[in-house]
Write a protein that binds this ligand. Sequence first.
Ligand SMILES: C[S@@+](CC[C@H](N)C(=O)[O-])C[C@H]1O[C@@H](n2cnc3c(N)ncnc32)[C@H](O)[C@@H]1O
Length: 240
Amino acid sequence: MTESQEMPIPADGQARPQRRIKSFVMRAGRMTEGQQRGLEQGGPLYILPLADQPVDYDQVFGRSAPRTLEIGFGMGHSLLEMAAAAPEQDFIGVEVHRPGVGALLNGVLTQRLTNLRVYDCDAIEVLNRCVADNSLDRLMLFFPDPWHKARHHKRRIVQPAFAELVRSKLKPGGVFHMATDWEPYAEHMLEVMKAAPGYRNLAADGTYVPRPEERPITKFERRGERLGHGVWDLKFEKLA
Ligand SMILES: C[S@@+](CC[C@H](N)C(=O)[O-])C[C@H]1O[C@@H](n2cnc3c(N)ncnc32)[C@H](O)[C@@H]1O
């Protein structure tokens, strides 16, 4: 991964080719027994290797079903709940934090889910290298690292080139769903997405959508609620 670079929103609204953003820091962390079990037993079954050509996910899942990809699933609570609630759909999670990957896989094993697979590496790499264009029904980005300090804003994953990368991977009519509890990041997301070509904002008033039923409440959201903070959901549909 190269150094991160500033990605200003260009005046013409056109996204430039994807430049590298390092949107995460690798955190060391001790693993619980469950997380270790998840990695050891679930890893060989459910972790997909980073490929160099588009992956045939119909073959991976053994069927053709609506497909959702979540970037940065953290400990995997939302993804696990959503996958368990929708066995007729397939889910792909991407997370660099190993204990989180272990926690999710432990849940997959316990609940015997067959509709979930995982990448344990940078989501930008996964999108660029593994996911075919026009192949996702939904892409979810819930509570991404807000990178509060101005000098770190360039590390925010939501940038014009990222919006274009996501658009290219969604099917026409597919939805990019974001949520954040940090208002300045919500405003940044809205600004980037409004300028991104090829999308339609699903919010009636052109800003944020009401909290969608299908998004489970995460610990980040609960903490935000306790602190009296708001949560902002954004949903943008890829135009045909
Ligand atoms: C603030 S946490 C939120 C986790 C979870 N979505 C939730 O709501 O609880 C953001 C997560 O995104 C992951 N992340 C950030 N950039 C990533 C990337 N480029 N690829 C994969 N994971 C990433 C981080 O490791 C972190 O676990």
